[in-house]
Design a protein around this ligand. Structure first.
Ligand code: WQD
Length: 334
């Protein structure tokens, strides 16, 4: 098959492209380069620069490259930003997907894999989140991911398009330093940033009802996550008309405090964290049940926390000159 990977020049997309080509699939990247970078697209993989809101451009890419499957990762993904720019998020993530699906269902594409998120669950009050746990997103970002799932399922039911919605838990790590996440909006990169600036990592609240009082999450290596897309692509190809919704996590909880201790140990630091106020809207615990992924996709994660931290740290080292520049910027740090 030939797969169009939207958002394939992004952090997760670049890993998905490599996993798919590694599995012998042909891939084409479709990316508007708003946050993606062309350097991440491997040699030999065509890059079409365009927005998923541009239906004609999408339709032409599907036709020109004889696309038979789509993995859709192009989206806005900052929870905090979505609270101040909700309409922008709905336009990019929901309208962009609707336009894409319109083109996809007219073009004879057989399979569609959607990048969804554990953010659809909101504040789940369970030990392990299953796909049956009620969805109650707490941010426009989470809402757009849930609405996206509805669109994909509805299009699949109406047209026979085989679909899989993959609900990612907390993604970290990199296959290679140059493929690392360049953003600083999640826990591991934020710990790195503080250490690089000579500051103690921050714990946003230590009075949660968890064993050490800090929030617990299910961290998954981006290389494992990318392999889950290959597994989903194969699961869809073997059963036409399929409609899957699957958690992609390790099923293992790690607290903020445990993460900071491990980062300190693996990067040669010895900086005890400071406790600051809770970040509004943070659930105490979000850990996946990985059972359905094992049963339906025959997939499970293999890489652990140390691989995530050390590979992300190697990526961070590449940008150290930047970090030094930032450190001397007036007014930086709090
Ligand atoms: C993890 C924990 C923080 C920084 C979000 C989205 C999710 C997905 C991943 C999408 C929380 C705590 C953080 C720090 C801290 N996004 N923390 N000190 O909020 O679980 O998930 O990102 O694509 O959909 O909701 O991830 O990495 O921001 O935070 O204590 O310096 O670390 O409060 O408990 P989160 P995160």
């Amino acid at each position: 098959m030939t797969w169009l990977i939207t958002g394939g020049a992004g952090y997760i997309g670049a890993h998905v492209v490599r996993a798919m080509t590694g599995a012998g699939e042909r891939t084409v990247v479709y990316d508007d380069l708003s946050t993606g970078v062309p350097d991440r697209v491997p040699d030999g993989v065509p890059l079409v620069v365009g927005s998923t809101l541009d239906g004609e451009r999408v339709a032409r890419a599907l036709r020109d490259h004889e696309i038979t499957g789509v993995v859709h990762l192009a989206a806005k993904k900052q929870v905090a930003e979505s609270l101040s720019l909700p309409l922008h998020y709905y336009r990019e993530n929901v309208e962009g997907l609707r336009v894409l699906l319109d083109a996809v269902t007219s073009a004879g594409v057989r399979s569609f894999v959607l990048s969804s998120s554990a953010a659809v669950y909101g504040m789940p009050d369970v030990n392990l989140v299953t796909e049956e746990t009620p969805c109650a997103p707490l941010s426009p970002y989470g809402e757009t991911k849930l609405a996206g799932e509805w669109l994909v399922r509805a299009a699949g039911t109406a047209t026979g398009l085989s679909t899989a919605c993959l609900r990612y838990f907390n993604v970290a790590g990199a296959a290679r330093p140059d493929l690392a996440d360049r953003g600083v909006s999640n826990l591991i990169p934020m710990i790195f940033e503080r250490l690089a600036d000579g500051l103690p990592p921050r714990v946003f609240g230590d009075d949660y009802p968890t064993p050490d009082g800090t929030c617990v999450r299910d961290y998954i290596h981006v290389v494992d996550l990318a392999e889950a897309h290959v597994a989903a692509a194969h699961a869809l190809a073997s059963v036409p008309g399929r409609n899957l919704t699957v958690n992609i996590g390790r099923g293992e909880g790690v607290s903020v405090r445990e993460m900071i201790d491990r980062v300190n140990a693996l990067t040669g630091h010895d900086r005890p964290p400071v406790i600051t106020a809770r970040r509004p809207g943070d659930p105490a615990r979000v850990v996946a049940s990985a059972d359905r992924a094992a049963a339906e996709l025959n997939w499970k994660a293999h890489l652990g926390l140390d691989d995530m931290i050390t590979s992300a740290w190697s990526g961070r080292q590449r940008t150290l000159p930047d970090a030094h520049r930032r450190r001397t910027r007036p007014g930086h740090g709090d």
